[in-house]
Ligand binder design. Structure first.
Ligand code: SF4
Length: 380
């Protein structure tokens, strides 16, 4: 029997009752050995992974968050390593969830397999592209041929009419190729370009982040790009993008009043950043409930605890959503309600989840600034 649903949960941007995004790491098994891997992926499946039945119960609880349901993403490792993947997609889709998948760039993601998943109700495929050429991408992924497999997945998704998302990592290693990447990505018929700003955790601990100044330049370029391209752009672990958007949009608003031409607006999925534990919840391969995959602080396990309850009531999750609990300059910053900084980066850098995000150039004054109000995407 279907679990009881709760009443509609959120006004826009209110993440206290339900996340915007739930990600389930169905396995850690993966044939790749990427330089940055958050999951420290392993060659074989872990015998402690959630079973198919446990996966169904997890999906029930994702749906129990209410309407509109969170977006649901199956990730890994390589989710293609799960033979029950189509059943899990089918179950989630029948519950009314929008189910997306992030296959690794390997031979396992064949066109036939993607077609089977589409038939089961898959809504979107997200693939990682971390370099504009085979050499740069494969060097980052540390597997020769990965670029070719990734292109094969992209071609299959386009051919099947499956909406496509490209995920790219921003780090010192990929920064030199970012403008070439922008051109490459802009040639593809994608729905969304998602840029992951490196967190030094898992195997990524050995890589270098960009500096705060470089981050600002990338975010500004992304804002300009968002005005020219037909696809959406989002950042993960760089919620400062919302500060950049807010600032640029308010500068433009003044110019627009003097002009009758309708201005292009960036496509925003949420008026504020979706960050660790704040609009976002991650379930790892053995069922641990974490604020995100980059913030590995288990706050319960779906085998023994209720996902909705942990997300809403757990003390760490609540703190992560409380702008008044922030520390350092993030606490004083007027953008703390729409940005709040990357809690995963603060934790990786200082051991304190509420510390200031070091990857930000904004410097508030010594006193606490009044918080700017939330703006809906349509009013931007
Ligand atoms: S100071 Fe913190 S809250 Fe303010 S924009 Fe920077 S990262 Fe965001």
């Amino acid at each position: 029997m279907a679990p009881p649903r709760e009443p509609p949960h959120t006004r826009i941007g209110d993440f206290t009752r339900a996340p915007f995004l739930v990600i389930w790491e169905v396995t850690r098994a993966c044939a790749l050995a990427c330089v940055h891997c958050r999951a420290d992926a392993i060659p074989r499946r872990d015998s402690r992974e959630l079973t198919t039945e446990e996966g169904y119960r997890l999906l029930d609880r994702v749906r129990a968050f209410g309407d509109p349901p969170p977006l649901f993403v199956l990730t890994g490792g390589d989710p293609m390593r799960r033979p029950d993947l189509a059943r899990l997609v089918g179950y989630g889709s029948e519950l009314g969830l929008t189910v997306a998948l992030t296959p690794s760039g390997t031979a396992a993601a064949t066109r036939a397999r993607l077609a089977e998943l589409q038939q089961a109700g898959l809504s979107r495929v997200a693939v990682s592209l971390d370099g504009p050429t085979p050499e740069t991408h494969d060097a980052f992924r540390r597997v020769r041929g990965s670029y070719g497999w990734t292109m094969r997945i992209i071609d299959a998704a386009v051919d099947l009419g499956l909406p496509l998302q490209i995920n790219s990592t921003v780090s010192r290693m990929t920064l030199p190729y970012l403008s070439e990447m922008t051109e490459r990505v802009s040639e593809l018929p994608i729905a969304l370009w998602a840029l992951f700003f490196l967190i030094q955790t898992g195997r990524g601990a050995a890589l270098e982040e960009v500096t705060a100044e470089e981050c600002e330049r990338v975010l500004t370029d992304l804002y300009e790009l968002s005005l020219r391209v037909p696809f959406g752009i989002k950042t993960t672990e760089a919620p400062q993008f919302h500060r950049v958007i807010w600032t640029r949009e308010h500068t433009r608003a003044a110019a627009d009043t003097a002009s009758s031409a309708p201005a292009r607006r960036p496509q925003l999925r949420s008026p504020r950043a979706v960050t660790d534990g704040n609009g976002f919840v991650f379930v790892d391969h053995v069922g641990n409930i974490c604020p995100s995959g980059f913030l590995p602080l288990p706050r319960g396990n779906v085998r023994t605890a209720d996902l909705c309850e942990v997300y809403r009531a757990d003390e760490v999750f609540r703190r992560l959503r409380d702008p008044d609990a922030l520390l350092g300059k993030c606490r004083r910053c007027r953008f703390r309600g729409i940005c709040g900084g990357s809690r995963a980066r603060a934790y990786a850098a200082t051991g304190d989840v509420m510390a200031a995000d070091p990857l930000c150039v904004y410097e508030p004054g010594p006193a606490i600034e009044p918080m700017i109000p939330l703006t809906t995407p349509s009013s931007l």
